[in-house]
Design a protein. Structure first.
Length: 329
């Protein structure tokens, strides 16, 4: 049950509200990407389709089967009262549009004027609300201010601080926090028991407590990435061979997870380097970490170039090589 880790508090809060008959009309599911917020939204929607209005106590879990006929409709993706707003594919390509458009929001609002055709609830899942166009966000806000009866909004947000304050104020917030290191380690070991312990520890460290990210890294050769970065820092990478290989490995949209892995490995690597250096030599190590952070931040703000970011990370690490080895470059 990989998707369940870290959901316990959010699940209990939602079930308590439903069981009391006082289910708020809009819920903001807030936390880092990869925490399972969309999976939680899908489970909550299924629960409402299969359990009705509420107000008479609560089951132990959102996974309680309830009405099995309604459950089969949900699982087949055919339940008429679950509406999803997400970025649509561009034309016939696999790439997604940059935003959820105002036209998509208007289409959802038109659905709200129709009577319920099945069950007691209509559920609107917006994944992610961060992706709404400005006009779309304003249109959604108006709907949240005057919500139709028996309609529930589940708004997934990776960056809730960037939302309109008025949208946040209309919602009850469920926070999905990064998972503690020991809990993540035990969970990942349970579901991926074939992992070497060294790789498992590296994945957990690089994941930052985000389960989805940990699962994405399972198929990455974490140990090889760590070795490459450590070798650049130790040798200065004469001739740029390792830096060029790193740039190829993390360049392009398809390799973004590997770029994030490289960025996430750097803090632990620099910590180990600093630990082995005299106090007087720690400042340059910290300076290179600041440089890595600036590079990653500037790349996200501007035109994304993973290969450039990867090569610059290599440059930062190469600066930490002993001077005698840097001179050989």
């Amino acid at each position: 049950m990989a998707g369940l880790i870290g959901h316990e508090d959010a699940e209990n809060a939602f079930l308590d509200a439903w069981g009391s008959g006082r289910l708020h009309h809009a819920w903001l599911l807030a936390g880092p990407q990869g925490m399972g917020k969309a999976a939680f939204a899908a489970r909550a929607a299924r629960f409402l389709m299969t359990h009705g209005r509420g107000g008479n106590g609560r089951p132990e879990s959102l996974d309680d089967p309830g009405d099995t006929a309604a459950g089969r409709l949900v699982e087949a993706g055919n339940h008429p009262e679950i509406v999803r707003l997400e970025r649509a594919p561009k034309d016939k390509s696999k790439d997604l549009a940059r935003n959820i458009t105002i036209d998509q929001v208007r289409g959802m609002i038109r659905r709200l004027h129709l009577s319920l055709s099945l069950g007691d609830w209509r559920v609107i899942i917006v994944d992610a609300v961060d992706d709404l166009e400005t006009d779309g966000a304003n249109a959604l806000l108006k709907t949240l201010e005057e919500p139709p009866a028996q309609t529930l909004f589940l708004l997934v947000s990776h960056s809730p601080g960037r939302l309109l304050p008025t949208i946040r104020s209309r919602c009850r917030t469920l926070r999905f926090q990064p998972i503690e290191h020991d809990v993540m380690t035990a969970w990942l070991h349970e579901i991926r028991s074939m992992l070497d312990m060294a790789d498992l520890r590296a994945i957990v460290s690089a994941s930052g407590g985000v389960p989805g990210k940990a699962l994405a890294l399972v198929d990455s050769d974490v140990a090889a990435m760590e070795k490459k970065l450590a070798t650049i820092a130790a040798t200065g990478d004469p001739g740029n061979r390792l830096r060029e290989a790193l740039a190829r490995e993390v360049g392009g949209t398809a390799n973004r997870a590997r770029l994030e892995l490289a960025i996430d490995i750097v803090p632990g690597l620099l910590t180990r380097i600093a630990r082995d250096r005299p106090i007087a030599e720690i400042a340059p190590v910290l300076a290179q970490w600041d440089r890595v952070q600036r590079t990653a931040r500037d790349a996200v703000r501007g035109s994304y170039d993973g290969a450039m970011v990867g090569f610059e990370i290599g440059n930062c690490l190469a600066e930490l090589a002993p001077r005698s080895r840097q001179g050989a470059r």
